[in-house]
Design a protein around this ligand. Sequence first.
Ligand SMILES: [Zn+2]
Length: 451
Amino acid sequence: MNKLIYSTLLLASISSYAQSHNDVQTGYFVIDGARTLLEKIHKEKKFTIDHPTSKGYEVYGPKELKSWLTQNSPFPFYSLDTKEKEKSLSTYPTPEEIGEKLKVLAKENPDIFKLFSIGKTENNRDLWVMKVSDNVEVDEVEPEFKYVANMHGDEIVGREMLVSLLNEIASNYKSGDKETLSLVNNTEIFIMPSLNPDGAASKRRGNGNWRDLNRDFPDVVRDAKSFFSSGSIFDNAYVDHQKETLAMMEFQKSRHFALSANFHGGTEVVNYPWDTKKDDFPYKDLVVDLSREYAVKIPSMRDNREFVDGIVNGYDWYEINGGMQDWSYHWHQDLQVTIELSHSKWPTYDVVPSYYDKNRDSLFQYMKSIHQGFGVQIKNVEKFTVKISSIQNGKENLIDTISVPGNEFYKVLSEGQYKVQILANGINKVLDINVKKDQISNNGNFISILK
Ligand SMILES: [Zn+2]
């Protein structure tokens, strides 16, 4: 086949495929607590399900969703679309006002804050990220952590909470608070209050093109099944994704994130991977512990009657394809959980501080957890291999083999003893690693290997 025709065909099929999956122009709540219709809706592919509970679930899709539900649903359903009038009553800051707040914070705290944009949205808004660290202008060898919120534009609490977190970090750092000093001085933290400012501006789930960004990432199962072997999305290539998704993909590639969280709203729970497949996550004990640690400090999350202990495995809850959490770990070894912060996606503005107050301790604890691990930096190599074995009762058990692009790697692990083998051109080193909670050290638990 002519190469040009071939690639045009490929692009056309990818583009129609993607369109059929994450158009979220309209949304309904279906009162189907027994999930009788859920599988049928999921099979339609063009509809997106969110937040199933014992009362029912949300369904989003293109305009035709309403007539499909009318024809197919024996259950009542009601619209979730924000009316124009309701939008104008919003007292929340606009994305531009959030941008201004971040600029002021960066200007007032130049020692520890650096604000930058990782790209533009479909409607040409900046995608702001605040770097938080000492020597903030320097790319230091320290564990890298990130928080991202508001990728669903109508789920607003996370955005406000991350701005509050930045405020508290700034004032704690100034007052010499020990916990904040040791965290900021030994970690590179990246905080992104909004991945979907276009959606937030219109108080809607989708972005400027009405796409659901949390269904827009390369998916190891969906995209492997749906594409013939050139499968460029399967290879995590940059084809037909929304600008916000592409910006995140590029940003992630440029860093070495080892731990992150993605904030949403609609219920209160910590959702851990995988979302797209039934298989156990390779570090299941670790991710369950970290999720529990987050939820246990928040009574309304811990005691949410829809879940046990305020946590849930993504796939057990409901299958998601193209989510950020699975993509983050599968392609970048960045352990990510999705945290649902509030039953109301858009509560009245005056209650927002109460959400920060109840999440505050968990937010700090989760950031500190990145120090529960080890890092390796090798000078003068472009790639290397890390083999991790756990040691239990004197027995060695190989648990992971990781090919690392670049010369820096960091891994969060459960508490315990490990043997780590580092293999690179001319290097074969075995390290004994003891992983403990809260072991923040001056070298950020990094081991430097000189070739
Ligand atoms: Zn969401």
